[in-house]
Design a protein around this ligand. Sequence first.
Ligand code: GRG
Length: 305
Amino acid sequence: MKASSEVLPGAGDIDKLLSESRRLVEASLDELLPAADVSPQKVHEAIRWSVFAGGKRFRPALLLASGQTFGAPVEVLLNTACALEMIHTYSLIHDDLPSMDDDELRRGRPTCHVRYDEATAILAGDALQSLAFQAIAEHQLLEPQTRVRLITELSRAAGTPHGMVAGQALDIEAEAREVTSEELEEIHRLKTAALVICAVRCGAIIAGANETELDAVTKYAQNLGLLFQITDDLLDVTATEQELGKTPGKDARSEKATYPALYGLEEARTAATKAHRDAVASLSSINRPTGTLRHIADFTLNRSR
Ligand code: GRG
């Protein structure tokens, strides 16, 4: 059932906000994705296996929160929020493939290529990518020029040379060699922050935020994206398989470029605190109710999964 004029809970209760946006996003994803019994069934089952595996839905929640901060109703934001989650899930499916990170556990269940097979996992990822752009292109509640702008934002953030594919390529290339702090930041900026920034910007664009507001919220998102990846690096060292739903300790075993590897745990924690502080400071120039975005930054600093 499509949400109509629903409003997310206020800034105070971040858990409620995240669970409510998860509920709305999952209902919309269910509508937007091909049903599992539609031919070709195996690829549709595989898409649903990976999408409905219990991810945090952080990027869609962020898009909804940003959109609501600048005054957009939820139903206008939902398809783009789902598109972000589709792109993110495609990247996880492909990242887990034997030719990439070669992982067997994701979101607490066997990875797509383990549950199905490698060809099906590649196709599921490919299909999620095109379904994401379709979800925006066909969204009747948005003006055509807004759809084009959102597709531009998302394709740049997901692709190369300034997006996630570029980050993944640099990350693979940096394995098992020393990286500089500038290289590490570049990898994090492209591999992780690009989609986080895209989520925040797309919410603000849909809501019609002005250029000054868009600049300020982009700075918030740049710091939030960095913070999200530093905490991801830290959790890979400190959290359990049960908390993460994926194999911990993978970064060290693959000799990945990470904050703890380059700086040690304490300095990595200090870098996280600084990114959080900078993210929150960027909100101060926005004359809108930014409490929810502030609480999302707090959640990201303190997250345990
Ligand atoms: C294959 C083009 C391509 C890109 C892969 C997703 C990715 C890029 C690599 C996975 C490893 C990694 C640490 C990526 C950084 C992004 C990130 C922190 C992913 C995990 O996101 P969460 O924590 O996952 O939001 P859930 O499952 O909660 O959605």
